[in-house]
Design a protein around this ligand. Structure first.
Ligand code: IMP
Ligand code: MG
Length: 175
């Protein structure tokens, strides 16, 4: 089935919002450093843009997870495909994600990271679909709340495509 992409959030809108979040994070972490943990692959575009706009000292690490279970529904049991390079103990950790959907992946992941005893642990997501939430997740920084529609761009994919779009779009299927 052919599809096309309708713009939901333009490149300018996304850039402006990331600038605001970067300023907020810089204020909240004043006098400290922030250790950004990027959840691959979706969080990578957002993390790079965000990191450029944070004015306190920043360090970066990356992890890749996959949900156990079949089909499109995440089971909430997360397998670490690539773990972080460095320990989190004593650090002010900010997890950077592309989107919080059901909340299954993130609630599991945040618990797992908390066990590594960071000094603080917060979550920043570019997008949030609150209507879809099944498990409560405490989100500290949100770019945009969006309706329950499948989106791509800025790191988000449909079948591994469209991650490189510089805006957020909705996938629409042609009849
Ligand atoms: P959940 O919160 O455990 O349901 O899973 C969230 C993950 O599902 C995200 O990290 C994305 O990889 C993926 N996801 C959820 N909604 C979308 C979407 O609209 N477009 C692309 N990927 C999505
Ligand atoms: Mg993701």
């Amino acid at each position: 089935m052919a599809e096309h992409i309708r713009v939901l959030l333009s490149e300018d809108e996304v850039d402006r919002r990331i600038q605001e979040i970067g300023e907020q994070i810089s204020k909240d972490y004043a006098g400290k450093s922030v250790h950004l943990v990027c959840v691959l692959k979706g969080g990578s575009f957002f993390m790079c843009e965000l990191a450029k706009r944070i004015t306190v000292p920043v360090s970066l690490d990356f992890m890749s997870v996959s949900s156990y279970g079949s089909g499109t529904k995440s089971s909430g049991v997360v397998k670490i495909v690539k773990d972080l390079d460095e320990p989190l103990q004593g650090r002010d950790v900010l997890v950077v994600e592309d989107i919080v959907d059901s909340g299954r992946t993130l609630s599991y992941l945040m618990e797992m990271l908390r066990d590594r005893r960071p000094a603080s642990l917060r979550l920043c997501t570019l997008l949030d679909k609150p209507e879809r939430r099944v498990i409560d997740v405490n989100v500290d920084y949100t770019g945009f709340q969006i309706p329950d529609q499948f989106v791509v761009g800025y790191g988000l994919d449909y079948d591994q495509r469209y991650r490189n779009l510089p805006y957020i779009g909705i996938v629409e299927f042609d009849k």
